[in-house]
Write a protein that binds this ligand. Structure first.
Ligand code: ADE
Length: 258
């Protein structure tokens, strides 16, 4: 998976993604990221300006179309098959987008290349968005000063779904949001801490019972903390009617019995 991030602050992206799990995945060649400075593509040779006033008035400056468009053309040239007809997904991170979630992370993780556009100032000239953007995505209903943090949040969530990035493959399937359930509570040593004991079932060695307990805890936790998710889970897992006890077929007639 190759991430291409168009930004005015490439150092912010490079520094944080080079650490921890994403950094290790990059070193292993499982993911790559290149942060491209939009300012390098301005036609304003004197001041290297990338923003200007908004037509119609209003506070703040707007990022101009030309540097972003030219930056994207350069990114496309670096992507294998980028100049062919296959549409590269370009994500504009904006509070006006669809709210990011695990299902979207899974969908994006199927791509070979993803391009992120990080806005700043009061926004971006609409015309370049119409021209290049395929997905408008927000990380929540609040406004940040720029798109770099939201882009990194998404890149982190997507990267960990790339095969091999997590050391334990299983952890990507049993964690929170898988099947619309939150993860069950977990415990490590010691068996007793501050008078609180680890639930006995987890020490029993009975894997079937442990799995049942964990599922039950996941359901309870989701219902309590995220009733919206619980409703989704319930719609996909409606309670089964209790199994009717089958009556044993009698092989003898009543006459034979008498
Ligand atoms: N840019 C500023 N705020 C944002 C948000 N909440 N999500 C995505 N991009 C943003």
């Amino acid at each position: 998976m190759n991430f291409h991030i168009m930004t005015l602050f490439p150092e912010m992206i490079e520094q944080s993604l080079s650490t921890s799990i994403t950094g290790r995945a990059k070193d292993k060649g499982l993911i790559s990221f290149s942060a491209i400075n939009i300012r390098d593509y301005t036609n304003d040779e004197k001041h290297h300006k990338v923003d200007d006033y908004t037509y119609g008035g209003g506070a703040g400056m707007l990022m101009q179309a030309q540097p972003i468009y030219d930056c994207f053309q350069a990114v496309k040239r670096n992507i294998d098959g980028g100049d062919e007809n296959n549409r590269i997904r370009v994500i504009y991170v904006t509070p006006q987008g669809q709210t990011f979630n695990q299902a979207m992370a899974q969908d994006f993780a199927k791509e070979k290349d993803l391009v992120f556009l990080c806005g700043h100032y009061e926004g971006v000239d609409e015309r370049v968005l119409e021209e290049i953007v395929t997905d408008y995505v927000s990380i929540g209903d609040y406004v940040l000063t720029g798109g770099e943090l939201p882009a990194m949040v998404m890149i982190d969530a997507i990267s960990r779904l790339v095969p091999g990035v997590l050391s334990n493959d299983e952890s990507a399937t049993t964690e929170s949001f898988h099947n619309n359930l939150l993860e069950y509570p977990q415990y490590s040593r010691p068996e007793e801490w501050m008078g609180k004991k680890v639930p006995a079932i987890l020490l029993s060695g009975d894997h079937k019972k442990v799995d049942e307990w964990r599922l039950e805890q996941s359901i309870i936790r989701t219902k309590e903390r995220r009733p919206d998710l619980y409703e989704k889970w319930l719609a996909e897992n409606p309670p089964q009617p209790p199994k009717k006890k089958r009556r044993k077929k009698s092989t003898q007639t009543s006459e034979e019995n008498s």
